[in-house]
Design a protein around this ligand. Structure first.
Ligand SMILES: NC(=O)c1ccc[n+]([C@@H]2O[C@H](COP(=O)([O-])OP(=O)(O)OC[C@H]3O[C@@H](n4cnc5c(N)ncnc54)[C@H](OP(=O)(O)O)[C@@H]3O)[C@@H](O)[C@H]2O)c1
Length: 314
């Protein structure tokens, strides 16, 4: 099998690339900066190419002869505006539509597309509205294309920008003023998400379906930050901010280059990022618990072994 993995250089994309490589799949990863994907260069069945996927001619060239395309491109900072900022429109709506059209034009019959849990036209944030519009764009652009969509909650794992970020902040700060402390999440392990993407390619009957992806437990943001503190050995008092102060903190952080929070993120957190009751993880995958994985990458060296032993029931 030969797969084009758009967005394959990122956190989730690298896990998907590694998983496909292990299954012997040939993978091409386009990136804006080859440097960003250098960790994939050592994998023999992975080809990293510097390319502008926003150019239709380039997309068609990249797509030709593939069996499937996976789209993982996403941004958290997409600007302000209605129904969503320009950055969200470009990455989450225009690009998926163009990927689907290029696939149809080159005879690629299979697309696996990354959305987000609680993506909806009437969602409070531009991020979630644009993810919903992206799903529609993909389906409308090429009606004959076999499309599987995944909608995960927040994703954790080595290299994440969620728990790792909090663990880093906790190391520096004596106290954490936390926006949206009661926001709800159902964190899912990046390896389980990657396994779902790989399984979708093996199961063509999954096309025409959208799967919500969540881990085994739900947590408030306060619980997750406290957990990151405990595991990393830097537990700190958490001062939960009310909504107006959460918005103000986010506004200030928007001015920090690469800042960890935007007003749009605060709006996203107004809807619980949890799966509807009774949602089963697809393809019979049993999603890993946060507690079985996080000590391995957040904790001091060796701290992960206990968690792995517990997981292996040894
Ligand atoms: N991480 C989570 O908790 C989470 C939760 C739910 C859904 N998701 C979705 O999962 C997907 C992957 O997330 P991630 O955490 O792996 O993100 P990431 O590490 O930031 O990676 C983003 C990827 O998208 C590419 N990209 C970003 N902006 C682009 C643009 N404007 N044009 C072209 N390519 C662009 C990057 O490629 P370059 O090499 O060119 O930079 C990179 O490969 C996203 O769609 C995200 O919305 C993530």
């Amino acid at each position: 099998m030969d797969v084009l993995l758009v967005g394959g250089s990122g956190f989730v994309g690298s896990a998907v690339a590694r998983r496909l490589h292990a299954a012997g799949v040939r993978v091409t990863v386009p990136t804006r900066r080859r440097e960003r994907a250098k960790h994939l260069l050592v994998l023999p069945t992975i080809d990293v190419v510097e390319a502008d996927v926003h150019d239709d001619g380039t997309l068609v060239r990249l797509m030709r002869g593939r069996d499937a395309v996976i789209n993982l491109v996403g941004v958290l900072r997409g600007g302000e505006g209605l129904p969503y900022g320009k950055g969200f429109a470009r990455a989450h709506v225009d690009l998926p539509g163009r990927i689907a059209r290029a696939a149809a034009a080159t005879g690629v019959r299979r697309l696996v597309h990354m959305s987000a849990l609680r993506a909806a036209e009437d969602a409070p944030s531009g991020y979630l509205r644009s993810k919903a519009a992206g799903e529609r764009a993909v389906l409308a652009a090429a009606p004959g294309l076999a499309v599987t969509i995944f909608r995960p909650s927040v994703i954790f794992g080595s290299g994440d920008s969620f728990l790792t970020l909090f663990a880093g902040l906790l190391k520096l700060a004596p106290l954490v003023p936390l926006a949206c402390p009661d926001a709800r999440f159902q964190p899912v392990w990046v390896e389980d998400v990657a396994a779902a993407f790989a399984a979708a390619l093996r199961h063509p009957e999954s096309s025409g379906h959208a799967f919500d992806l969540g881990g085994p437990r739900q947590y408030s943001l306060r619980e997750l930050v406290d957990y990151a503190g405990r595991v990393s050995g830097h537990r700190r008092p958490i001062l939960g901010l009310p909504l107006p102060l959460s918005r103000f903190q986010a506004l200030v952080m928007e001015w920090v280059p690469g800042g960890p929070m935007t007003r749009d993120n605060v709006r996203s957190m107004q809807v619980p990022s949890v799966c509807p009751e009774g949602t089963a993880f697809p393809f019979g995958i049993a999603p890993a618990a946060l507690e079985a994985v996080a000590p391995g990458y957040l904790g001091p060296p060796g701290a992960g072994f206990d968690a792995f032993r517990t997981r292996a029931r040894r």
